[in-house]
Ligand binder design. Structure first.
Ligand code: SAH
Ligand code: SF4
Length: 353
């Protein structure tokens, strides 16, 4: 067994088959990997030494190659509404934010997939930060493990829902997203229900969305405008993937994933996309989905330097009323954690442009 000169590789986010592959490469056995895997995820072991059914000599050698280290929590902020936001730092000093959102029935965590984001939606704070890199599957999984451990430590109820709505565009980091989903859905580990996991995309219509359907998780699409002209102004990605293409990919997703609805997110911006006419247009776009779609109306969360203002409560209610009157199931998403900049679109982990 040769000692590697590289830094030990984090294995928090390796699905079993990848763990076996890496173990064999480093000179360990398949059985070693099979024994280590549940220790990582069901027992949340912090060191190899705890793994009592793994031979002593293997346990001693594993840290030369592999690591179970958690990211460093640089800042933890708690909102008056119970929402918490953590800034986690990885070994190369890049950071992401991740959010915990409790309510009466659920404990939801919001997970980041990239450091920064390349899409550059005009209303999003993350989009103003320079894009650094994709997160590895271990860094994505580490955020989830962070909240699971925190809940345990505090003696609080477990995490029930996971939304990939943090920093970055998950479908531009699909390989690492899929590795994480594989672990989360595995009966041998967390055994998460596919209905409790939602992936949100700005509408990247590539093979990744077809591959995502195989996991059967819920899909949310950030639509935010009822026509291509307005959407392209708000979200430059719309120049590449137009609304018609998004809607047809969404219908395919419903069939392939066997999920019962797609969620369309619609951010209400004062005097931009909040007119009655926009609601009517949106209802028209979505009517062919029947009861297989939901609209989540999001109230704009402000951030320093933003060029938009959120719509008034009256406007939001009126917009919702129009959609409902046209048979579109609509909810107004409560904004959580605004006081600590933890709400949708407020996440940012660096001031560097
Ligand atoms: N990149 C993915 C997922 C992360 S963004 C996506 O865009 O879908 C999560 C959600 O927050 C998206 O629906 C996004 O459009 C929305 N959002 C972005 N900026 C916002 C803001 N300032 N206020 C409220 N929601 C915002
Ligand atoms: Fe990126 Fe999503 Fe923000 Fe757009 S809304 S810039 S896709 S994180």
């Amino acid at each position: 067994m040769e000692q590697t000169k590289q830094q030990p590789q984090s294995i928090l986010g390796l699905p079993l088959n990848e763990l076996i592959h890496e173990f064999l490469k480093a000179g360990f056995s398949k059985l070693d990997a099979k024994r280590v895997f549940p220790w990582i995820h069901t027992k949340l072991a912090m060191s190899f030494d705890e793994m009592s059914d793994v031979p002593k000599q293997v346990r001693t050698n594993l840290p030369k190659f592999f690591s179970l280290d958690r990211p460093v929590c640089k800042i933890l902020q708690e909102s008056s509404d119970g929402t918490a936001k953590a800034l986690l730092e990885f070994t190369d000093e890049n950071c992401v934010e991740t959010v915990f959102i409790p309510d009466e029935r659920r404990n939801t965590i919001c997970i980041s997939s990239q450091v920064g984001c390349l899409i550059g939606c005009k209303f999003c704070n993350t989009g103003t930060q320079q894009f650094r890199r994709n997160l590895t599957s271990s860094e994505i999984m580490a955020q989830i493990i962070y909240w699971i451990e925190r809940q345990k430590h505090l003696g609080n109820p477990p995490i029930t829902n996971i939304v990939f709505m943090g920093m970055g565009e998950p479908l531009l980091n699909s390989k690492n997203l899929f590795a994480t989903l594989e672990i989360l859905l595995s009966k041998k580990t967390y055994d998460f229900s596919r209905n409790k996991i939602t992936v949100s995309t700005s509408g990247i219509i590539t093979e990744a969305i077809t591959d995502l359907a195989k996991f059967g998780v819920k899909l949310a699409i950030s639509l935010h405008a009822p026509n291509d002209k307005l959407r392209s102004e708000l979200m430059p990605i719309n120049n590449k993937y137009k609304i018609a293409e998004i809607l047809s990919a969404s219908k395919k997703y419903l069939k392939q994933s066997n999920t019962n609805h797609i969620t369309f997110e619609y951010l209400l911006l004062y005097d931009v996309n909040d007119y009655d006419e926009c609601a009517i247009q949106l209802a028209d776009l979505l009517k062919s989905f029947g009861n297989k779609c939901r609209v989540n109306l999001i109230v704009f969360n402000n951030w320093d330097g933003s060029q938009f203002i959120g719509s008034s409560n009256d406007r939001v209610n009126q917009f919702s009323k129009i959609l409902l009157s046209k048979g579109i199931r609509t909810i107004i998403r409560k904004s959580r954690g605004r006081d600590i900049m933890a709400a949708c679109g407020q996440l940012k982990s660096s001031d560097k442009k």
